[in-house]
Design a protein around this ligand. Structure first.
Ligand code: AHG
Ligand code: MN
Ligand code: MN
Length: 294
């Protein structure tokens, strides 16, 4: 079954937005060979943008603008939310055009992360319509959830996203993907990581959030980019990274937290907000929440 057929029965505008983004993903997939290297610009977080970051952002924004299907768009690569005044739609979309882009130059997996809302983008994740991500690895896969299961598609040699796995649920598994420097860990997080290590969790961390969470979704365990000495809000972005990926793993029977509260209950205050991230199995997330209470 292909993606379009699988989306039959969903609201037409949401379906079209997902299909258009899936088409842009095919173009992005084709750009890696010729668009290696850095751009000469930095984003709002002070990070130098890769050429692919800038290009993927422009492709996605112009597709969404031209579609007329979306009113609000926020991108990790832009400081402000965009409002398309001539659109009559009330859909809002968040994008991390290329997550993990520091790995492009070493040919590791990177991805595109998307959140979909009715209306205001500054809404808690538990009010979102759905989320999706595209992973550019040996295969290009697209994983989406519109609150009716988590489903994954792979791009075939005819350029069609075909169903690979339906109703994914996160298994129990002993993998941990810990961001940040160990020397900067705060006490509860340090105790959490030590407990996982005592229990025999294996380290799997690539530096591409979307790829690392994708692995956890399929194999179980926990991804974390914690609060750390110097930045108690962590590194990852609430709107562009944490909420959409946390939503998908939660829909797959897992859980997402900032270490204290459900990540999907947090009401964003600004588009650039950072948040500590714990995403994975329910057991692991309960463990860090309890350790933060001690
Ligand atoms: P992006 O490429 O969109 O800027 O995101 C990078 C993020 C995320 O993908 C990854 O988990 C994390 O930054 C890696 O940070 P460290 O290099 O500190 O591990
Ligand atoms: Mn990112
Ligand atoms: Mn990015």
């Amino acid at each position: 079954m292909n993606l379009e057929t699988h989306l039959a029965g969903q609201a037409e505008d949401v379906k079209q937005v997902i299909l258009r983004i899936s088409d842009v993903a095919k173009t992005i997939r084709g750009g890696f060979a010729t668009r290696q290297g850095a751009s000469d610009a930095s984003n709002v977080y002070g990070e130098q943008q890769a050429a692919m970051d800038v290009w993927a952002d422009e492709l996605l924004i112009s597709e969404l603008r031209d579609s007329g299907l979306v009113r609000y768009v926020a991108s990790e690569e832009r400081p402000d939310m965009l409002t398309f005044q001539d659109s009559t739609s009330d859909l809002g979309v968040t994008i991390d055009p290329l997550d993990g882009s520091s790995l492009i130059g070493v040919n590791l997996a990177v991805g595109t992360i998307v959140g979909i809302y009715r209306g205001n983008l500054l809404s808690p994740g538990n009010e979102m319509l759905g989320a999706m991500y595209i992973l550019y690895g040996p295969l290009t896969t697209l994983t989406y959830s519109l609150r009716e299961g988590v489903h994954e598609f792979a791009l075939n040699d005819r350029g069609v996203f075909c169903l690979q796995e339906e109703n994914i649920t996160i298994p129990e598994g002993k993998i941990y993907a810990p961001g940040a420097l160990r020397r900067d860990y705060l006490p509860a997080h340090r105790a959490f990581i030590e407990k996982l290590e005592e229990e025999g969790y294996k380290l799997r961390y690539s530096g591409s959030f979307v790829a690392d969470v994708h692995q956890i979704l399929h194999k179980g365990g926990v991804f974390t980019y914690p609060p750390f000495a110097g930045n108690e809000r962590g590194k990852l972005r609430l709107l562009f990274e944490a909420i959409p990926m946390g939503f998908i793993v939660s829909q797959a029977g897992g859980s997402a937290s900032d270490g204290r509260r459900d990540l999907l209950s947090i009401k964003p205050e600004e588009v650039t907000q950072r948040v500590p991230v714990y995403i994975g199995g329910k057991r692991e997330i309960e463990l860090i929440v309890n350790m933060n209470k001690e």
